[in-house]
Design a protein around this ligand. Structure first.
Ligand SMILES: Cc1cc2nc3c(=O)[nH]c(=O)nc-3n(C[C@H](O)[C@H](O)[C@H](O)COP(=O)(O)OP(=O)(O)OC[C@H]3O[C@@H](n4cnc5c(N)ncnc54)[C@H](O)[C@@H]3O)c2cc1C
Length: 308
């Protein structure tokens, strides 16, 4: 969708996240100077496309921000706070997770006031209007795209090696199908040889890490003439944070939610940070934000280019 590509804000990496933060703060600043109620509401409406973990996490966080931070910083908005819409073409949130997690996400976000629209897809976003497949529209200055990951183009690979979402088709050893000596791993690859995942693996960090480790050991094996081992994903579980003190954790043999799940999410995401100093700093910042509901980083940072 060309208009969506042009006008929506993607949520895929740190640059995107900074861009979204700047954009949202700018819309809030603008809204303080607009007295026309409908024009102002347009700036305070936020539409998020995609009800996977990213969309759920972003909408929960913005709903909390609306309730606990925005009204403090902008007393003008007491009556017109952020209106958050979460849209998904499927009939559930967190489609890749358990039914219990899906239900919990729906209930928690509903309680936070997020307008959830399921079974409906975004069709267009032009002139500040999001058009939906049910014929309705939402006026907004902000459409956050939290759906689907597309691989970068890999020019030179034969067309038959490229699958859905530009994922590169690989065999059980992560070797690209149709060419010699090229391997693809993680999000970028599409592997159907793993009997438990005939439709490919979920695009998760654990898949990428496990494939990377196996490929490294397989390449070493080939150097000493030993046979390579085929990849089989070991699911350690998945989780999503929904709101403050609320998260869901799906384990291969169980499910838990609430405060314990939230603590688990924080712990698991602190562990891989590089260096003790970073871990301590992030932990301290989170602690401070969670206690005070007052994160300090409300800076609008824009590259010079944009200002010109
Ligand atoms: C918002 C968001 C939240 C997520 N949260 C979670 C989570 O909580 N848990 C989880 O397990 N997963 C999560 N994921 C998914 C997870 O990030 C990916 O599954 C994981 O990063 C995949 O690792 P990768 O190495 O395959 O790809 P990437 O991490 O994307 O790394 C690929 C790298 O290759 C580089 N690159 C691209 N093209 C080229 C080129 N031509 N030449 C050289 N380099 C190139 C890219 O710049 C990038 O650095 C999340 C994803 C998103 C977008």
């Amino acid at each position: 969708m060309a208009n969506v590509e042009k006008n929506a804000l993607p949520m895929k990496n740190i640059d995107d996240a900074l861009q979204i933060r700047n954009h949202l703060l700018i819309q809030l600043e603008k809204a303080t100077r607009i007295h026309d109620v409908s024009q102002r509401q347009k700036l305070l409406n936020i539409v998020i496309a995609g009800g996977g973990p990213t969309g759920v996490e972003v909408s929960g966080m913005l709903a909390e921000m609306s309730k606990k931070i925005v009204y403090k910083d902008y007393p003008e908005f007491k009556e017109h706070q952020l209106d958050i819409y979460l849209i998904d073409a499927a009939d559930k949130l967190l489609g890749s997770m358990s039914q219990k997690s899906q239900k919990e996400a729906l209930t928690t976000l509903g309680k936070l006031g997020v307008n959830i629209k399921l079974g409906i897809s975004v069709k267009d976003y032009d002139n500040g209007i999001v058009s939906l497949s049910d014929g309705t529209t939402i006026e907004t200055a902000t459409l956050i795209w939290a759906s689907g990951v597309m691989g970068r183009k890999a020019p030179g690979l034969p067309a038959e090696s490229i699958g859905r979402g530009r994922r590169v088709m690989v065999d059980g050893f992560n070797k690209v199908i149709g060419v010699e000596g090229i391997y693809a791993l993680g999000d970028l690859c599409y592997q159907t040889a793993d009997t438990n995942y005939p439709n490919g693996h979920p695009q998760l960090a654990q898949v990428a890490i496990q494939q990377g480790l196996l490929l490294a050991s397989n390449i070493l094996k080939t150097q000493v003439g030993k046979p390579m081992k085929s990849f089989s994903y070991k699911d350690k579980g998945s989780m999503a944070i929904i709101a403050k003190f609320k998260a869901v954790v799906d384990l291969p043999k169980g499910f838990f939610k609430g405060f314990l799940a939230w603590l688990t999410w924080l712990f698991i995401h602190i562990i891989p940070l590089v260096g003790f100093g970073n871990k301590a700093k992030v932990l301290y910042n989170w602690f401070w934000s969670f206690f005070t509901n007052d994160p300090t980083l409300r800076l609008i940072i824009r590259p010079e280019e944009d200002d010109k």
